[in-house]
Design a protein around this ligand. Structure first.
Ligand code: FAD
Length: 409
């Protein structure tokens, strides 16, 4: 049996766990990160790609932005299409210069793993039988097997950053949390295609056959999504059928359409909204998807994970540097407020842009009116823009110990 001692045991090496590990490292706080999957699996997992302004600023402040600055695509606007017409929303103009950046989550994860490796602090990939114990005590324990050996990590705190299917949230006794959930009657069929993006900015499309989203990962790779029925088997979609449907929904009256190319990867993702609160039980703190899921329409999931761990870092730093516990006590309240605002925005984007199986003619006309208002009112566009680029951070970078590490962009 290997026995270790650390200050914060982190379960999960997705964006939440890796960002937290690096934030705490910069504050001189020791961590052990335990990940169930292999390094390659974690890096190759294709997911989010839209980074809010605040997430970009955080990665820069952390000093892990070399790849982001080289390959990230800064977007100062986006398009909303309905009735075959594209309408541009100028995010930068409406928010005093803020923007989003397209940079794949897998690239963010790769950069953070490299940064972790450089610190030589422990990160176990391929851990099996991960479990957490003694959460109500001041010395919780993290157990797992790795390379045929049992390991036990004695911690001051455990951060549950193990996503929506992890073990941390289920380790909280029933009744200690309230769960809020909405499941949508559709999913997103997403593809990565070897095709140069035909638009410099994202295009959100409301079409009578359903929602579609044009996005990209690089100057050579397009990322596209289609609304499909929930639980749609990906095998039922040939590449030809996917392109037919993409072009039907996305081609606009002025002839704009995505470039077609070889499909490199395709999958169907279910859509749901989920919040488990409070995000703390004893010495266990949940962060990211382990506590909340948003439908991807608002592009908030990865960004919420970044926001959670910034708030948690402030609290842990105050504990270790000054023995203060009030920010640990406030952690869940501070995060949950932002989570609900992101939930509301993501629900609104989803409800406005998708077709629903049981919708009435009234519902359809109301959606069109919503989009008409959105694209013709500066006030409505400003509301979307400030939420899309990200509401102001809940806590300052300085309070999370980042003032000495701020890099220039
Ligand atoms: C198709 C798709 C598109 C998306 N698009 C966007 C977008 O454009 N913008 C956006 O902001 N968000 C988007 N999201 C959401 C975003 O990907 C997630 O919110 C983000 O990954 C959350 O990070 P996390 O670290 O909390 O969780 P995860 O990334 O899920 O990481 C959790 C980690 O914990 C590990 N783990 C699980 N169980 C255990 C265990 N028992 N022991 C140890 N480790 C464990 C997992 O292997 C994983 O590495 C998208 C999601 C999907 C699926």
């Amino acid at each position: 049996m290997g026995s270790l001692r650390t200050q914060v045991g982190i379960v999960g090496a997705g964006p939440a766990g890796l960002l937290l590990g690096h934030l705490l490292h910069l504050n001189g706080i020791d961590t052990v990160v335990v990940e169930a999957r292999s390094r390659d699996y974690v890096i190759d997992r294709v997911r989010a790609g839209v980074l809010e302004q605040g997430t970009v600023d955080l990665l820069v402040a952390l000093g892990v932005s070399t790849g982001l600055c080289r390959a990230g695509l800064r977007h100062e606007g986006l398009y909303v299409t309905f009735d075959g017409r594209r309408h541009r929303i100028d995010l930068a103009d409406l928010t005093g210069g803020k923007a989003i950046t397209i940079y794949g989550q897998n690239e963010v994860v790769r950069d953070l793993i490299d940064a972790r490796s450089a610190t030589t602090r422990p990160l176990y990939f391929g851990a099996e039988g991960v479990s957490v114990h003694g959460l109500e005590t001041s010395k919780p324990v993290l157990r797992f097997q790795h390379g045929g050996t049992d390991h036990e990590v004695h911690c001051d705190f455990i951060a549950g950053c193990d996503g929506s299917h992890g073990i941390c949230r289920p380790s909280i006794p029933a009744g200690a949390q309230t769960v809020y959930e909405r499941v949508y009657p559709f999913g997103w069929l997403g593809i990565l295609a070897e095709a140069a993006p035909s638009s410099d900015e994202l295009v959100y499309t409301y079409h009578e056959r359903g929602f579609a989203l044009f996005s990209m990962r690089s100057p050579r790779i397009t990322r596209l999504y289609l609304q499909v029925p929930a639980d749609e088997p990906i095998e039922s979609w040939s590449d030809e059928a996917i392109w037919d449907e993409m072009l039907t929904r996305m081609t606009t009256r002025d002839g704009w359409r995505p470039n077609v190319g070889r499909i490199l990867q395709k999958s169907v993702t279910p859509m749901r909204s989920f919040v488990a609160a409070p995000m703390r039980y004893g010495r266990l703190f949940l962060a990211g998807d382990s506590a909340h899921i948003v439908p991807p329409t608002g592009a908030k999931g990865l960004n919420l994970a970044a926001s959670d761990v910034l708030v948690l870092t402030r609290a842990l730093r105050a504990f270790y540097e000054q023995g203060r516990t009030e920010w640990l006590d406030e952690y869940s309240n501070v995060c949950v407020r932002r989570v609900w605002r992101a939930q509301r925005f993501s629900w609104w984007m989803t409800s406005t842009l998708h077709r629903f199986p049981n919708e009435s003619a009234f519902d359809h006309q109301r959606q069109i009116a919503d989009l008409d208002y959105l694209t013709s009112s500066r006030a409505a566009m400003t509301s979307l823009a400030e939420q899309y680029v990200g509401l102001p951070a809940e806590v300052s970078f300085e309070s999370a110990g980042l003032q000495l590490h701020t890099a220039s962009r």
